[in-house]
Design a protein around this ligand. Sequence first.
Ligand code: SF4
Length: 329
Amino acid sequence: MTNYQFKIQEIIDKIQSMKAKVVGLQFPEGLKIHATDLAREIEEQTDSSVLISGNPCYGACDLSDKQMEGLADLLIHFGHTPLPIDEKIPILYVEAHYQLESMQILKKALKYLEGKETIGLVTTTQHLHLLADAARILEESGKKVLMKEGTGTLKGQVLGCNFSSVQDLHVDAFLYLGSGNFHPLGIKLSTKKTVIVADPYLNQVRNIDEFADKILRIRFARITRASEAEKFGILISSKEGQSRWELAKNLKKMITKSGLAAYLIILDEITPQNLMPFTDLGAFVVTACPRIAIDDSKMYEKPLLTPQELEIVLGLRDWEDYEMDEIKY
Ligand code: SF4
C-alpha cells in the first residue's frame, strides 16, 4: 500500500494501445522501491515484458531512453514532468502524486507567515495537485496567493535547477509545500526572499534561512580554496538534459583569458571516484546538474564550482552578486 498514485490503468491502456512488447520503467531513487510491484502488475495485466532501469535518476533531464533504445517500445518515466528534450523512444510521464491525509500543516505554517500578506506558493511534481487546496486555505486566512508557470515548469512547480516559476513574483514570502531542504534552498538562493517550508512528512514548519546561511558559508570556503587553483577541469554531462556544451566552451575561454589552464571533461556520472585520477587539477567547474557542486560538495576533495562561482574566483563577479546556477530549458 502506497500513498503515491501510479495511474496503473493509464499505463495499461497506453501499453495496450501501442501493443508494446517490452516496456521500460524508470524511477527516481525515492520511488524505485515500488519498481518490482509495478513491473509485476504490468506483466500480469498485459502481454508485455518489463525492463527496469537500475541507473540512478534524479530528474527528467536524465531519461533512460538512449539506454532502452532498440530494447523497449515504450518508456514509463515516473516522478517528473517532461522537459524539452529530444526523446529517442515514446515516453509516458507519470507524475506519481503523493496523497496527503490532511493539510493541517498549512495552519501551522500560517504562524510563520504573520505580517506577510502576499505569499508565493510553490512545490514539486509530487504535490502539484495539492496547490489549489493549499491556496484556498491560505486565502481563507486572509493571504493573497501568487503562483505562475515557469519556463519548462508548471504553475507553482520548481525543479532543483529551475526556479523560473518563482522569479519576479512580487511576494512577501514563499511557502514551500513538501519535504527536504533541496528545493527550498534553491528558491532562497534564487530569489533571496523568505522561504518557509511546510513539511507534511515531518509535520514540521521551518524557515530555510539558517540552512541557507550554512550552505553559503561552505560556498565561500570552496570559492576561496579554488582561487589557489591554476588548472581547472570543466565537467560536461553526457546526459542530454544536463549537457551545456556552449557554456562549457565559454568557461574554458574565460579561464584561459585569465592566464590559467582549463580542460574539458565529459562524463556519464560525476562522482568522486571519476574525478580522482585528475590529480593535477586544482578545482572543477560543473556544467552538468547545477546541484552537484552545491549539494554534494562534502563528498569531493577538490572544490567543485558552479559557473557563477567560477566568475567570483576569476574576479569577474562580486560575492555580493552570488547567483544560483540554473538550466533554462
Ligand atoms: S539537472 Fe539536476 S536539478 Fe535539474 S532536473 Fe536534472 S537532476 Fe534535477
